[in-house]
Design a protein around this ligand. Structure first.
Ligand SMILES: [Zn+2]
Length: 337
């Protein structure tokens, strides 16, 4: 049976991939994974708007929401948890919802981007993004908020927790980086890894779905991301099932590409600073000019957050200096470089 443009498939005995449509053409769907068997478990849910598609998929797989023993939400982005509130409402009985403690607040607030409006505005101001371009970003954040129902998680995960997913022992793996509070599932006996947005099969030119800003506490998402990648590589999974797209079998290759692209982007940012100090927005204008021409809120936000998270590391490594004296932060090549 098809869900959106993609087939529901049994990827391993008793484990089903349910692709659910998303707005826009990239990525065109998000994957929820259903583990049938003795301990039925759903990993991610899609948006609240595609709840009817999820209902149809459950029907096709002879499952009721009330059969679920638990739901795991990989992280606080609308496309992964948006339908959880509707599932609980329709199940007619309480179902434990698990999430990482760092994701709990985002899930409870129902913020599609994982940021409050104040955090978003503060970020946009300090990047120097002009007001007329801030509007589409704030608007899209509002739209995303409507794609997810607020959800209270009642069970929190701890590092190394194991549980039963369907008929398989399963480990929860913390993989912050793409955002805080991101968790993946690993089935050690089968060497299957469910990577959510941590490892994706494609690498869009600006990695638009990889990272997001969390500057308030000055976390280093890029550093966390590569540390998390290292931890996954150590597990040596044979098959990876991502949150978007098809199965990945060449994980080493994907990780290599991530590392090369990261370095290339660092160099582009440094080159953008050769002629003098720039704000994050001015750097985006130089290295992702197309993103600004299209004037779509989400790509602008992603480009800004990506440049910002690269700069955080460049500043930490003393390759770039940061001038905080004004409201718009400006960056310049470190005098020793
Ligand atoms: Zn995400």
């Amino acid at each position: 049976m098809k869900s959106g443009n993609h087939e529901i498939s049994e990827i391993h005995p008793g484990i089903f991939r349910i692709p659910l449509p998303l707005p826009g053409d990239k990525p065109d769907h998000v994957n929820a994974y259903l583990f049938k068997g003795k301990h039925p478990l759903l990993f991610d849910t899609g948006m609240n708007r595609t709840f009817p598609d999820l209902c149809a998929a459950f029907k096709h797989l002879n499952m009721e929401f009330s059969d679920l023993g638990q739901i795991i939400l990989s992280h606080g982005h609308f496309d992964h948890y948006g339908a959880a509130a509707s599932i609980l409402k329709h199940a007619g009985k309480p179902i434990p919802v698990l999430a990482h403690p760092d994701a709990v607040l985002m899930l409870a607030k129902g913020n599609g981007l994982g940021l409050t409006q104040n955090e978003l505005l503060q970020f946009l101001k300090q990047t120097g993004l002009p007001l007329w371009l801030r509007i589409p970003v704030v608007l899209i954040a509002h739209v995303f908020n409507t794609f997810a129902g607020k959800i209270k998680t009642d069970v929190f995960m701890a590092k190394g927790d194991t549980l039963l997913a369907g008929d398989y022992p399963c480990q929860l793996i913390e993989t912050p980086g793409h955002c805080k509070g991101l968790v993946c599932l690993y089935l050690p006996g089968q060497h299957l890894f469910f990577s959510s947005d941590h490892i994706l099969p494609y690498l869009p030119h600006s990695d638009p779905f990889l990272f997001h800003f969390n500057g308030i506490k000055e976390r280093f998402n890029q550093i966390e991301f590569f540390e998390s990648l290292g931890r996954v590589a150590d597990l040596k999974p044979c098959r990876i099932f991502p949150g978007h797209g098809d199965e990945i079998q060449d994980m080493d290759n994907v990780i290599r590409r991530y590392r090369t692209e990261y370095k290339k982007k660092d160099e582009k940012i440094i080159r953008a600073l050769v002629h003098g100090p720039c704000s994050v927005y001015e750097i985006v204008k130089k290295i992702f000019p197309k993103v600004l021409n299209v004037r779509m809120g989400f790509p602008i936000y992603i480009a800004l957050s990506e440049v910002y998270t690269h700069l955080q590391v460049l500043v930490r490594d003393s390759r770039v200096s940061r001038d905080d004296r004004n409201r718009v932060i400006r960056y310049l090549i470190h005098p020793d470089h």
